[in-house]
Design a protein around this ligand. Structure first.
Ligand SMILES: Nc1nc2c(ncn2[C@@H]2O[C@H](COP(=O)(O)OP(=O)(O)OP(=O)(O)O)[C@@H](O)[C@H]2O)c(=O)[nH]1
Length: 551
């Protein structure tokens, strides 16, 4: 009945997103083309999209024009073909009634707690080149999640292109461009287990050019691992004004991340100097408190990512110098003690989409974080904004197909009975009867950072909400607030100065691709859906929470 559009590239709301998605498809195709059929999951140089054996749908085969009737020719010209009712697209039925599902989820979470195997998501943040991907690559290897064959292949291939020092990072940085440039550009997803935790890792890019991707990664995490480079001058570069050590910490905290492990890396570059380690910790401690991290939720660990020192142990010659002055926990010991957050399973489903890709013969797949609620296979969800609905054909969490997933999971959903053109990065999947409100104008309480140019009414900004960023205007300065009590200090101020708190009205400016309204909720209704970040000219100027949606 409806013509099916063959999608040769992903459907995203903005050019940046489209480019990102195209890159991911290329990455998946490259990975799949290269990977042997039996390749282990650790063997794939992946982002989350490269996993799970999914394949991009091949382009339709061309048919000689002489063999087509007029209608087919018209359709061919439009790049349309009749939709064949495919078996793969058949919508499955739901297994559980909602209350039964909630019971099942509670039981499972309790069992996980009793087993001492709790799940959490960890975003790896820090200034460019601090060693985030190297650390993750090495840690995956030490924990047995990267096999020897992959390690050797990464070593060999990185030597071949003169990038041998990035060989560990290649376990995470999978695209040709990332490997050529030696930097992470998009968030890569991985997972590993410690004794008591099952951890999903989101390796964020450190380069300031990719802050939007870092925001998208941090908004999917419960905890953060900040990596700082102990080399002389390098720690200072990241920690100075405008450095990403500072910016990432502030962004992560503003997005609700409350626990952080600080890994002081590359200590081999300073001869494992104890004083250098202590100085770095001393400089970071007050900044962490100032950024809103409670000292009891902040831990420090000295490491050498490349040599694998103090990640899971301190054996061997490389660790001798450190072992002379450090007797504390290893990185894995600290990961094992991270507190899993409360799961908001009773609130309606909210899944902001962070990636969209074509599944093999099974419609479209999307990935993102289930912020609240519980979702199951067979469930029909609404896509906001818009009138579209979709049925969940399958759910994948940490490379396993599961019948349901609960709040906090980073998941991939295969969707059927959906027009993929209606899906965009930043769209939110929600229950049919409990849709997320759409906002074009709303009020927000914001905390203004150390900005150089004060904010005035009419200021043009970029608004970040999960993986979506849209142009917006600070349309009204309602009041300045006392930073501690939140009480109004002055109504209708003329400007908002740096390091102050305020209530403002924000209006989203329409764009060709994303319209005027975006799905969001007041913080009082759903914390994770009510957090925003405001940037201007590539600088994060404020973070805030949504108060009231005005229209
Ligand atoms: N000497 C030394 N070099 C390291 C260590 N860890 C990482 N490096 C080097 O630091 C450089 C950057 O490492 P990456 O892992 O790509 O850094 P990153 O933080 O992931 O970079 P972005 O994601 O692009 O910000 C590479 O050349 C690594 O070999 C370490 O423990 N010691």
């Amino acid at each position: 009945m409806i013509a099916n559009i063959f999608i040769h590239y992903f459907i995203c709301s903005a050019a940046r997103e489209r480019e990102k998605a195209q890159k991911l498809l290329a990455q998946r195709q490259l990975t799949e083309a290269k990977a042997p059929a039996s390749s282990s999951r650790a063997a794939s140089p992946m982002g989350n999209l490269a996993r799970g054996g999914k394949k991009a749908t091949p382009a339709p085969k061309s048919v000689p024009a002489a063999n087509l009737d007029q209608r087919q020719l018209d359709l061919a010209g439009l790049n349309l073909v009749d939709k064949e009712p495919s078996k793969a697209e058949e919508a499955p039925n739901m297994t559980f009634a909602h209350d039964k599902l909630l019971e099942e989820v509670k039981k499972t979470i309790e069992a996980q707690e009793a087993e001492g195997k709790q799940r959490l998501s960890l975003v790896v943040i820090g200034h460019v080149d601090a060693g985030k991907s190297t650390l993750m690559g090495r840690l995956l290897y030490e924990l047995g999640r990267m096999d020897e064959r992959t390690r050797l292949a990464n070593e060999r291939n990185s030597i071949k292109v003169g990038k041998s020092s990035f060989s560990w990072a290649w376990g995470l940085d999978g695209t040709t461009e990332e490997r050529e440039r030696g930097i992470t550009m998009d968030v890569a997803l991985e997972s590993f287990a410690t004794t008591k935790r099952q951890i999903t890792v989101l390796d964020a890019p450190g380069h300031r050019e990719f802050i939007p991707n870092m925001i998208s990664g941090a908004s999917r995490a419960d905890c953060a691992l900040l990596v700082v480079d102990a080399s002389n001058g390098e720690f200072e570069a990241g920690f100075q004004r405008g450095g990403q050590t500072r910016e990432h910490l502030v962004l992560a905290r503003s997005l609700g991340v409350a626990q952080v492990i600080v890994a002081v890396n590359k200590l081999d570059q300073v001869e494992w100097n104890n004083d250098r380690y202590d100085d770095i910790c001393t400089l970071l401690r007050p900044f962490l408190v100032q950024s809103g991290f409670h000292p009891s939720k902040t831990t420090f660990v000295p490491i050498g990512a490349m040599l694998g020192v103090n990640l899971v142990g301190r054996e061997g010659d490389d660790a001798k110098q450190l072992a002379q002055w450090y007797k504390g926990p290893t990185l894995v010991d600290l990961l094992d003690k991270l507190e899993p957050p409360q799961r908001d399973i009773a609130t309606p489903v909210r899944i902001p989409i962070s990636n969209i890709f074509k599944g093999q013969g099974s419609g479209t797949s999307v990935s993102g974080r289930l912020l609240s609620g519980v979702v199951q296979v067979g469930e029909r969800l609404r896509v906001q904004p818009g009138d579209e609905t979709a049925v969940v054909k399958s759910i994948e969490v940490e490379e396993e197909n599961v019948p349901w997933a609960a709040a906090g999971s980073n998941l991939t959903l295969a969707l059927v009975s959906v027009d993929p053109i209606q899906l965009t990065i930043g769209s939110v999947l929600c229950p049919l009867l409990d849709p997320v409100p759409l906002a074009s104008t709303f009020t927000a309480r914001i905390l203004i950072f150390d900005i150089q140019v004060p904010i005035i009414s009419g200021a043009m900004v970029e608004l970040f909400h999960h993986s979506r960023d849209v142009p917006a205007t600070i349309s009204k300065l309602i009041a300045t607030l006392d930073r501690t009590s939140g009480k109004v200090v002055k109504s209708n101020p003329r400007v908002l100065a740096k390091v102050s708190s305020a209530e403002v009205q924000i209006t989203i400016r329409p764009t060709g691709s994303s319209g005027r309204s975006i799905p969001m909720e007041p913080y009082a209704v759903n914390k994770a859906m009510g957090r925003i970040l405001i940037r201007r000219e590539g600088e994060t100027i404020a973070a805030g929470i949504v108060m009231d949606i005005l229209g």
